[in-house]
Design a protein around this ligand. Structure first.
Ligand SMILES: NC(=O)c1ccc[n+]([C@@H]2O[C@H](COP(=O)([O-])OP(=O)(O)OC[C@H]3O[C@@H](n4cnc5c(N)ncnc54)[C@H](OP(=O)(O)O)[C@@H]3O)[C@@H](O)[C@H]2O)c1
Length: 271
């Protein structure tokens, strides 16, 4: 049987490693044509070569999604090469650490721009093609968006903005037959080289997460691909994620109590 993704043109931001790369591989296996993107050219080209060696149709477009001209180039290069866009996955995003009172304005801007502003800009630019193809726009959010988390404030609120964006788009395009997916991801095992921003803008290398609660990037990617295939509105990844989603929605005071009790430990860990 022909794959649902056969010859679909998929743009995935932030896809040289981690969940973005896993999605690229999964969709390419299902015969989609993939545009990968990231800032660092070496890692991006290595991923492109790896995918080409597997026989996949892939195009790498280097660029920083926080820059309007790079977003424009990503969309224009995709159109010049593949002719259209069926699916846009807004995946690129950086996280941060630190108390609000310590955050440099540059960190606030960088985290907001990559996680929230870039998805607006790219969705706007890709929309004519997505509309024509009755395609999908997907936003990669986080369980951190379900309520404001201490020492992760900018990341939490930038990811929260994606819910508003998804809701607005669904109404604006109610008659266009397009799919808008919103994905809440929890703790995921990370690739070597994953970093987060410290409060003053220094890059902090994150340690590997091997706990039982951490999902693999491949598992998370499969859930996102399933969201697109079934054209679901919202996906909360994993049983633990769903349990947290339930607690935050039904017993928000309980989560606040737990966070209050953990404040000192969280401060030590994250600020
Ligand atoms: N991993 C988790 O536990 C987790 C949990 C919840 C949500 N998420 C979300 O899932 C998404 C993917 O996370 P991940 O853990 O797979 O990330 P990751 O391993 O850190 O990879 C991030 C990718 O995005 C690229 N990138 C970062 N900033 C960019 C920018 N401004 N422009 C273009 N590319 C950029 C990176 O390459 P360059 O650095 O070379 O640009 C890399 O390819 C993110 O939106 C993240 O917030 C992750």
């Amino acid at each position: 049987m022909k794959s649902l993704f056969f010859q679909k043109i998929v743009v995935i931001t932030g896809s040289s490693m981690g969940i973005g790369k896993s999605m690229a591989l999964s969709l390419a296996r299902q015969k989609a044509k993939i545009v990968i993107n990231a800032r660092s050219i070496d890692k991006l080209i290595a991923t492109e070569n790896e995918m080409k060696a597997l026989g996949f149709d892939v195009l790498a477009v280097a660029g920083d999604v926080t820059l309007e001209e790079d977003c424009k180039r990503l969309i224009e290069t995709t159109i010049a090469h593949f002719g259209t866009i069926d699916i846009l996955i807004n995946n690129a995003g950086v996280s941060m650490r630190g108390a609000v009172e310590d955050l440099s304005p540059q960190v606030i801007a960088t985290v907001f721009n990559s996680n929230a502003v870039a998805p607006y800009v790219l969705t706007k630019m890709a929309m004519p093609y997505i509309k024509k193809n009755k395609g999908s726009v997907v936003f990669i959010s986080s369980l951190a968006a379900l309520r404001g988390l201490p020492y992760l404030s900018v990341y939490s609120s930038a990811k929260m903005a994606l819910k508003g964006l998804a809701q607005s788009l669904r109404i604006e395009h109610v008659n266009d037959g397009i799919h808008i997916g919103l994905i809440y991801i929890g703790i995921t095992k990370i690739d070597k080289g994953k970093t987060t921003l410290g409060s003053n803008g220094t890059l902090i290398d994150l340690e590997q997460r091997d706990g039982l609660l951490a999902n693999t990037a491949n598992y998370v990617a499969e859930k996102i691909v399933r969201n697109i295939a079934l054209r679901k509105r919202t996906t909360v990844v994993s049983v633990t994620g769903k349990f947290y989603y339930f607690l935050v929605s039904v017993f928000p005071f309980l989560i606040e109590l737990i966070l209050n009790h953990s404040q000192k430990r969280l401060k030590k860990l994250y600020s």
